[in-house]
Design a protein around this ligand. Structure first.
Ligand code: FAD
Length: 376
């Protein structure tokens, strides 16, 4: 039977990035994902924010052109509030290419990536799969998404507050539109979140997300209704792809690590509760997770694990969680119209620009690494 230092379950952005960082530290790392191909079953629009692009090295060729304009629409779709930044704020990535790039980076660092292999449980370090022989792992990283099975098996915290999102993606006639991010606040199609069209000049992504309990007719129906006359949408010039999945919005989970493993990405609840952006935290928190896991495996000192402390990080989410509650409270079209009207004034525009163009969607986690090791 094979033995590895670290088994990473999930080859999304969080899993592949963590695997790369761990392998770079000389650990024997295996990644297993149930997807047969990294270009199948994509669950994200792929909007990267400026802060991520500033802090992490994503090759330019994987990213669409910069987007500076955001238009916020009320349910009537009339007179959107337009916010324009003086710099590029968003770029939509070709996610299949991003995953492939992350996989090659992990493999170049020495990690093995197995596709078409489903994690099926563990006991006493022995990990079972469907599609491969079991392995013995010293440490397991749960990067298996919002409904993490690894989190449950490790006895760590699990996500309980989830939105569900779905979108269609299709090519559009290049150069026919100016790249922009259209956001529609309308609880009839996106209760608790937004409907969106993001057009990077090459592809249009048209999506809705919201609380599943409030989407009585089902998300697919709501998405199709929204897409029919979504503002800013251009006609498809090629195949239409569908994407979707759950989005944890309860903030980073408290208990993220134990001597048998830890959680990263959506499995850790590492998503901005307000914007529902999770790609930045996939990269940002994985840096800390990999440093802590490597230190723990080198020293065997369980106190090291206290540096990967979701409880401490949660304290920095209070404001964002409060705004999430405000967002969730917008339940009628009239309330949404009033909210967009409030954003037209100076204070409203400043707040919207801070949320949409600011650097605060997810806190920096790096400095905690420098902190003292506390008792577990
Ligand atoms: C519709 C939608 C649009 C979004 N758009 C954006 C956006 O534009 N920008 C942004 O910042 N965030 C966005 N998000 C959130 C963001 O995409 C996620 O936070 C992020 O992709 C999570 O990455 P991850 O690696 O943690 O999880 P995932 O990408 O979900 O990867 C988990 C992996 O684990 C694998 N897996 C699961 N169970 C098993 C098992 N038992 N065995 C083996 N493998 C398993 C899955 O196949 C998957 O590959 C969006 C989310 C949704 C749903």
């Amino acid at each position: 039977m094979q033995t590895v230092d670290v088994l990473v379950v999930g080859a999304g952005l969080a899993g592949l990035h963590t695997a790369r960082l761990l392998a770079r530290r000389g650990l024997d790392v295996m990644v297993a994902d149930r997807r047969r191909s990294l270009s199948a079953g994509i669950r994200t629009t792929g909007i990267f924010v400026r802060r991520t692009l500033d802090d992490f090295d994503l090759p330019d060729r994987l990213l669409g052109p910069g987007i500076r304009d955001v238009l916020l629409y009320p349910p009537s779709r009339r007179s959107p509030v337009r916010l324009t930044s003086d710099r590029d704020e968003y770029r939509v990535a070709d996610m299949a290419a991003v995953y492939e790039h992350a996989r090659r980076a992990a493999e170049s660092a020495g990690a093995r990536v197995l596709l078409g292999v489903r994690y099926d449980g563990m006991s006493a370090g022995l990990v079972r799969f469907v599609g491969a022989e079991p392995v013995t792992a010293r440490f397991v990283v749960g990067a298996d998404g919002a409904r993490s099975r690894v989190a449950r098996d490790l006895g760590l915290d699990v996500n309980r507050r989830l939105l569900v999102g779905a979108e269609i993606v299709h090519p559009i006639a290049p150069g026919a539109t100016a790249p922009a991010f259209h956001c529609v606040l309308d609880p009839r199609v996106a209760p608790g979140y937004l409907g969106w069209v993001i057009d990077d000049g090459w592809h249009a992504h048209v999506g809705v997300a919201g609380y599943p309990g409030a989407m009585r007719t089902g998300i697919r129906h709501l998405l199709d209704a929204f897409a029919e006359d979504a503002p800013g949408r251009s006609a498809p010039t090629g195949p239409v792809e569908r994407r979707g999945g759950p989005i944890p919005v309860g903030g980073v989970l408290r208990r993220l690590a134990c001597p048998a493993g830890l959680l990263v990405g959506d499995a850790a609840g590492a998503v901005s509760p307000l914007t529902a952006g999770g790609l930045d935290p996939c990269l940002r928190m994985s840096e800390l997770a990999a440093a802590v896991a490597a230190d723990y495996l080198r020293t065997g000192d369980t106190r090291v694990l206290s540096r990967y402390d979701g409880g401490a990080l949660r304290a920095r989410f209070r404001g964002r969680l409060l705004l999430r509650r405000v967002f969730a409270g917008i339940r009628s079209p009239a309330a949404a119209e009033a909210a967009v009207t409030a954003l037209r004034g100076r204070a409203g525009r400043t707040l919207a620009a801070r949320i949409l163009f600011g650097d605060g969607s997810f806190p920096d986690v790096g400095p905690r690494l420098a902190g003292p090791v506390r008792s577990a």
